[in-house]
Design a protein around this ligand. Structure first.
Ligand SMILES: C[S@@+](CC[C@H](N)C(=O)[O-])C[C@H]1O[C@@H](n2cnc3c(N)ncnc32)[C@H](O)[C@@H]1O
Length: 216
């Protein structure tokens, strides 16, 4: 079900982090960590499509009191994430779930949800149905952390950005059979929900964006 929608990242789990680091340096890491200080203490945080789980370490190093639900569709990505915490004192604060956006239970509410380089896997038309369960799981006044690619640059880099994004879709289309084949208009997708942008930053000559929204 969810798996066929999103393909599988099992095939790339062993080299996803080093490859993204090679191409983007620290930009993808910075875009995911720059606003983590806005996460409230003791918050219940839902991370969906978090990959190998390095973001959990970053979050806990800044906010050691949070509770994390980590929903990942890839068995291998989830295994890697779990391994990091097998002997950690934070172990009991993290719930690892093999699942998708459809696994999220409506009655569970989170003060923070995090979708990083996740919404780009889908086509524009599918995004509302992917985002809706995540939005519903977010408390009123809760924060939605989002980072992803952006094609907003209109200057020198615009052409290079388009090529790089095209290559990424070809690559992840071939290896992971993702549904998406071009970068969705994320601004448009977020407008469907009652969310207000409260923070935003761009990295890597504007190719990478990080935003935080609050649920009204
Ligand atoms: C492009 S990777 C990004 C990983 C991580 N956020 C990062 O930036 O390093 C997307 C991740 O989303 C996971 N994924 C794909 N579809 C999913 C779904 N419907 N629910 C949860 N995770 C999903 C994949 O297994 C993969 O680990």
């Amino acid at each position: 079900m969810g798996m066929s929608l999103t393909g599988s990242f099992d095939a790339v789990s062993s080299f996803y982090d080093p490859l993204s680091r090679l191409v983007f340096g620290k930009a993808l890491i910075r875009s995911q960590t720059c606003f983590l200080n806005l996460v409230p203490q003791y918050a219940h945080v839902l991370i969906i499509g978090g990959g190998t789980g390095w973001i959990i370490e970053e979050l806990l190093s800044k906010k050691p009191s949070v509770f994390i639900t980590y929903v990942e569709a890839s068995v291998k990505m989830l295994e890697k994430s779990k391994e990091r915490f097998s002997n950690s004192p934070f172990k009991d604060q993290i719930t690892f779930i093999l699942g998708t956006h459809l696994t999220i239970r409506e009655e569970e509410k989170y003060q923070v949800v995090i979708t990083n380089f996740f919404l780009d896997l889908f086509q524009q038309a599918t995004l509302p149905s992917i985002m809706n369960p995540i939005y519903k799981a977010l408390d009123k006044d809760g924060l939605w952390f989002f980072s992803d690619f952006s094609l907003r640059s209109k200057r020198t880099y615009s052409f290079l950005h388009k090529i790089l994004v095209r290559i990424m879709y070809l690559f992840f289309g071939a290896f992971c059979k993702i549904e998406g084949n071009q970068l969705p208009n994320f601004d448009k997708a977020f407008q469907d929900f009652d969310l207000k942008e409260v923070a935003g930053l761009y990295f890597y000559t504007d190719l990478v964006q990080a935003k935080v929204f609050i649920k009204k």
